[in-house]
Design a protein around this ligand. Sequence first.
Ligand code: G4P
Length: 190
Amino acid sequence: MLSLEQKIVREGTVLEGDVLKVGSFLNQQLDVDFLMEMGNEIARIYSGDNVTKLLTVESSGIAVAVAAGAIMHLPVVFAKKNKSSNISSDVYSANVHSYTHNKDYDIVVAKDYINADDKIVIIDDFLANGKALEGLIEIVGQAGATVIGCTCAIEKGFQGGGDRLRAQGIRVESLAVIDKMSPDSIEFRK
Ligand code: G4P
């Protein structure tokens, strides 16, 4: 999505540790008009796929998923992050390891909100190592539902998570894929 690539170049800052700061439109302040543009693009990607529900994880993924949900007229379910391992039987859950934050957490979704006949698109803000997506895919599997595809706003391609999932046959269509970045330049996958 060219307009997203241009916005990342204009407003993003590359920090130490391969972290891209995009607080001006995605992670702190939300550029709602631009979110709706991203929502439109997600709707275009999955038009004709008979998607029934969007699934994301709190917190920053929710904004992107809501924008897509508004355009696609679909409900958005968000997994909650749970520090305790006290998981009840009425939820689907998966353990996620975050390399960025070097910690593990559980994500949980109440069983009421995903059904076996759901066709789901998973949405998030960033795709780095792919562990959050893997956890969400596991939850969809526990429900017996179908993953139609996964879309993240910004994929850090050089961290390999997206390509690992693609190699497993999962449809991953990120809106912008960064192949290389430094404080001076950002290169996008063509
Ligand atoms: P993974 O799911 O792809 O394996 O990624 P990882 O655990 O490494 O990322 C953990 C958190 O860090 C996620 O947010 C992710 O969105 C965020 N993140 C990863 N790389 C970047 C980056 O370059 N820039 C920014 N701004 N965020 C990044 P989270 O902890 O779940 O937080 P939030 O969704 O509540 O904001």
